[in-house]
Structure formats: structure tokens, C-alpha cells
Write a protein that binds this ligand. Structure first.
Ligand SMILES: Cc1cc2nc3c(=O)[nH]c(=O)nc-3n(C[C@H](O)[C@H](O)[C@H](O)COP(=O)(O)OP(=O)(O)OC[C@H]3O[C@@H](n4cnc5c(N)ncnc54)[C@H](O)[C@@H]3O)c2cc1C
Length: 384
């Protein structure tokens, strides 16, 4: 077996995560509070700047290294969902931003002075049909005026910057529905309470997600990223990295569940023998493990294609789908193995169970991945 090129990174992240044990996460979960200390610690150690090139103050690591970081965070029982966007969202800025934007923002994002955690794409009425979004940005001199609403804008209350997708040309006036959308890098500190309102949404897990309202929100024209009207392509170009990193998180979750399951199966004695001696207990854990290993290979494969600059759309989507399913299967086996204790807060199983369920829905749901594969890989008709 080839040695893991990121073994050192894994070891360091694992060590850091030990400072944030289950009790830390349980307390936050109860209060629905943001893990500010955890996020700060990861940032201070440079892990959130993994993908920012060295010339902009980051560590210029490859995607597989960022995947290793997030996998270890999840494997340690922590929740990378609180800050994973800080790692990958800057990709849109890096690839499509002007030199002025990059040199203004990237070093501050890298140092943690600026938090870039909020991604405003999803809207309540359009859902997955992104190009049907209704938020508009109209140009007025040296400004854009934004009106509309986003939903599920995670971490908006804990972010300085928001990457916002809005329509700049009405859908009826563009040749393709993917045209006429633009991306803006909004400094939320300047518009909060002045055109921008953020309302938290309580969810089944602690995720700091919100709905965001724009009412005549005035932002400088210099916040436009790249060319007006090409924003949908810019957002799409960042999605492969996002999918691969979320898939790596799911692999970390699956490993956490499986380690918990095997430890408990070995130690819990019922009817005078460890429950792990029963095939009814062993097999679901072993099966989930096999599924996780297969998904893990797809994550590595997708990351390798990405790093080689090759098209990895199908592989990134498959990695995300398979890994999310594998983590859910491992979670299900873990609850079952723990019996009643699977429901007790102090075991952390129920918390992680709630947390890992998300990844079959967000950032893209399984059905949409299957339709992508059916249409773009297998050549079947578009189903929607
Ligand atoms: C906790 C959380 C955090 C999130 N964070 C963010 C964020 O930070 N930024 C952001 O922009 N968004 C975020 N999202 C939104 C997330 O990306 C969407 O919820 C997800 O893409 C699904 O969209 P939807 O909820 O609008 O579902 P809908 O589009 O309404 O779909 C509902 C169901 O129908 C299925 N469906 C829809 N159309 C089809 C079809 N043609 N064929 C088959 N099935 C179909 C979907 O797969 C889904 O299962 C978050 C969501 C959650 C729950």
C-alpha cells in the first residue's frame, strides 16, 4: 500500500480535535450554539486556509489534503459543518475574482481576520431549480440594489462575507436560463440592518442555518465577481470541490460510527457474551464498513482527477452520494448496536446520527445526483 501523503496532517488535526470532546459538542447542541472556539482553533492553526495559495497567505495544499482535514474532524466526533465553507468557498473568488478582489480578501480569509462562511444560493420558491431563483440585483451607477430572499444560508450570522447568487437579467431576456445570473461578494458587516436581515432556522441538528432577506440592499458594483451574467457557471465550477470535501466528511462520520459500533459491540455483554459475537450485530457493521471503503476509493479517485485538472463532475457527485449513504448506513448500524444507549445524549451517537443525515439532502440531494448521472453519463433523456 502506498503511504498516505497526508498522514502528518491527519495526525495534527486529530490531536487538535481531542481538545473538543463529545461534552463540548453536546453542550452546544443543547443550546443550538455555534462552535466558535473550535472554528477559531482550526483557523488559528491554518487548517481553514488549506486551499488558499501561498502567495495569498494560505498553505496552498491540494484538495486531497483538505479532504483529509475534514475527514479527520468528523472522525474525531467534531462537526466540520460549522466551518467547511471557509475552506472551499474562496475557490470562486480565486478562479473568477479580479486581482484587486483576490489581494484584498484572500489574505484576510487565510489569516481568519475575515470569515467567508455564507453561501447564498438556495431560495424558498425555486429550491433545487437554481436558475429559477428570484433574488435580483439591478445596477444603479456604481452600485447594485438587491431584493429577494435566500433560505438555508448556513453560518450567515457567523460570517463577514457572503457569496451571493442573484439574477441581473430577467430570465425572459436571456437565451439560456443559466445566463443572466451573477455572483457578488457581499460584505455583510456593511449591510446588516441596512437592507439585510438574517433569521435563524431551528433544525434537527445544530447547524447555524438561516433565512436571509434583502430589501433594497445597496452594495458596491466592485463586489461583482467576474463578469455580469456568468455567475451560474462560476458557482458550478466550485461544486466539484465542495462535493468531494463533503464526501470526505461523510467518510469521517462513517469511520466514527464504525469505531463506536465495534468498541461497544466488543464491550457490551448480554446473555453472557459480547453482543459483537452475534452475526446479527457484526454483519450490519461489517457491511457498512465495506460500503464506506468503496465510497472512500471514489472520494480519492474524484480528488485525484480534480487535482490533475481533469473533469470530475460524475466522480465528485458519485463520491458525495456513496459517502453520504455509507455514513448513514454506519450511523444506522451504530444506533442499532447501542440499543437504548443509541438514544442517550451522552453517547454522542444520536447527535452524530442527526448530523450525518443532512448529507443526503444538502448541498445536493441524492435524486439530483442520480439524474445528473442518468443524463450526463448514461445518455438518458433529461427528466426535469
Ligand atoms: C441544514 C441545511 C443547510 C444548508 N446550507 C445551505 C447553504 O449554506 N447555502 C445554500 O445555498 N443552500 C443550503 N442548503 C440548501 C440545500 O442545498 C437544499 O436544501 C438542497 O439542495 C435541496 O433543495 P430543496 O431543499 O429546495 O429541495 P427541493 O428542490 O424542494 O426538493 C425536494 C425533494 O424533491 C427532490 N426533487 C426535486 N426535483 C426533483 C427531480 N427533478 N427529480 C427527482 N427528485 C427531485 C429532491 O431531491 C428533494 O429530495 C442547506 C440545506 C439544509 C437543510
Amino acid at each position: 500500500m502506498t503511504p498516505d501523503p497526508h498522514a502528518q496532517i491527519r495526525q495534527e488535526v486529530r490531536k487538535l480535535c481531542l481538545e473538543f470532546p463529545g461534552a463540548y459538542w453536546r453542550a452546544l447542541d443543547r443550546e443550538n450554539a455555534y462552535p466558535a472556539e473550535f472554528v477559531k482553533t482550526l483557523g488559528d492553526h491554518g487548517w481553514l486556509a488549506a486551499l488558499i495559495p501561498e502567495e495569498y497567505g494560505g498553505s496552498g495544499l491540494p484538495l486531497s489534503a483538505a479532504a483529509a482535514i475534514l475527514e479527520e474532524v468528523q472522525r474525531a466526533g467534531c462537526n466540520g459543518g460549522a466551518c467547511h465553507a471557509q475552506i472551499y468557498m474562496m475557490g470562486t473568488l480565486l478562479r473568477h475574482g479580479s486581482e484587486a478582489q483576490k489581494s484584498k480578501y484572500l489574505p484576510q480569509i487565510a489569516s481568519g481576520a475575515l470569515r467567508m462562511q455564507a453561501f447564498g444560493v438556495t431560495e424558498p420558491t425555486s429550491g433545487t431549480d437554481t436558475t429559477a431563483l428570484k433574488t435580483t440585483a439591478r445596477r444603479e451607477g456604481e452600485h447594485y440594489i438587491v431584493n429577494g430572499q435566500k433560505i438555508w444560508t448556513s453560518r450567515a450570522e457567523h460570517s463577514d462575507l457572503m457569496l451571493l447568487l442573484a439574477r441581473t437579467t430577467p430570465r425572459e431576456q436571456v437565451a439560456k436560463r443559466t445566463d443572466g445570473l451573477s455572483v457578488f461578494l457581499v460584505d455583510m458587516r456593511e449591510v446588516k440592518g441596512n437592507g439585510l436581515t438574517i433569521r435563524p432556522i431551528r433544525t434537527m441538528m445544530n447547524h447555524a442555518t438561516t433565512e436571509v432577506f434583502f430589501e433594497e440592499m445597496r452594495i458596491p458594483a466592485s463586489t461583482l465577481v467576474g463578469e455580469e451574467g456568468r455567475g451560474f457557471r462560476y458557482i458550478l465550477s466550485g461544486m466539484n470541490a465542495e462535493r468531494i470535501l463533503i464526501a470526505a466528511e461523510c467518510i469521517g462520520d462513517a469511520k466514527w460510527f464504525t469505531e463506536k459500533s465495534t468498541a461497544y459491540a466488543n464491550e457490551r455483554v448480554v446473555f453472557g457474551r459480547p453482543i459483537g459475537q452475534n452475526q446479527g450485530i457484526q454483519f450490519p457493521i461489517a457491511k457498512a464498513y465495506a460500503r464506506m471503503r468503496a465510497a472512500e476509493l471514489m472520494v480519492y479517485h474524484a480528488a485525484a482527477l480534480y487535482e490533475a485538472g481533469q473533469d470530475c463532475g460524475a466522480e465528485a457527485n458519485m463520491a458525495k452520494m456513496l459517502a453520504a449513504e455509507a455514513s448513514w448506513e454506519a450511523a444506522e448500524a451504530c444506533v442499532q448496536t447501542h440499543g437504548g444507549f443509541g438514544f442517550a445524549e451522552e453517547y454522542d451517537v444520536e447527535r452524530k446520527f442527526r448530523e450525518t443525515r443532512l448529507y443526503q439532502v444538502a448541498p445536493i440531494s441524492t435524486n439530483l445526483i442520480l439524474s445528473h448521472l442518468a443524463e450526463h453519463v448514461l445518455g438518458m433523456p433529461r427528466s426535469y
